[in-house]
Ligand binder design. Structure first.
Ligand SMILES: [Zn+2]
Length: 133
C-alpha cells in the first residue's frame, strides 16, 4: 500500500525505466550492462499487469528514437573533438564515436523504448495502480 505516498514524477519514472501506468514496476528485467539480457523486458508490469508491448512490433518505432540519440551523440562528440583536439584525423573521430556508441548502446536501446512507450503508448499514470498492493 502506498496510500499517502507521493508518486514519482513522470520524468523521474522515465529516467528509472518504470512502468508509465503505475510508475512502480520495472520495464527491464536486468541492469543495462548485463550483456546477455540487457534488452529483456517482462511481458507485463510486475506491479500493475500493464502489457508493455501494447501491440505487436510496437517497439520497432523505438529504432527512430535510438537513431536520433545516435546522431545527437555523434554530432556532440565530433564537435567536442573538433573544438578541444583541434580537428584531429578522421580515425580519431571514428574511434571516439564508435567507442562511445558501443558503450552507450544498452542505454540508448532502453531509453528509446521507454520514450516510445511514454510518448506514443497512449498510456497515462493512474494513481489507483500506484496504490495497488
Ligand atoms: Zn505498472
Amino acid at each position: 500500500m502506498n496510500l499517502g505516498v507521493k508518486p514519482p514524477t513522470a520524468f523521474s519514472a522515465l529516467v528509472q525505466c518504470k512502468c508509465p501506468r503505475c510508475r512502480q514496476g520495472r520495464m527491464f528485467s536486468t541492469g543495462p550492462y548485463n550483456m546477455k539480457r540487457f534488452s529483456d523486458m517482462p511481458e507485463v508490469c510486475a506491479h500493475c499487469g500493464f502489457k508493455f508491448e501494447i501491440e505487436p512490433g510496437f517497439f520497432w518505432g523505438a529504432m527512430y528514437i535510438s537513431y536520433a540519440f545516435s546522431v545527437a551523440i555523434a554530432v556532440n562528440i565530433s564537435l567536442i573533438l573538433w573544438w578541444y583536439a583541434g580537428n584531429p584525423d578522421l580515425w580519431v573521430y571514428a574511434f571516439a564515436n564508435g567507442g562511445v556508441m558501443l558503450a552507450l548502446s544498452p542505454l540508448m536501446l532502453r531509453y528509446s523504448r521507454v520514450l516510445m512507450l511514454y510518448l506514443f503508448g497512449s498510456v497515462s499514470f493512474d494513481r489507483k495502480y500506484f496504490d495497488k498492493f
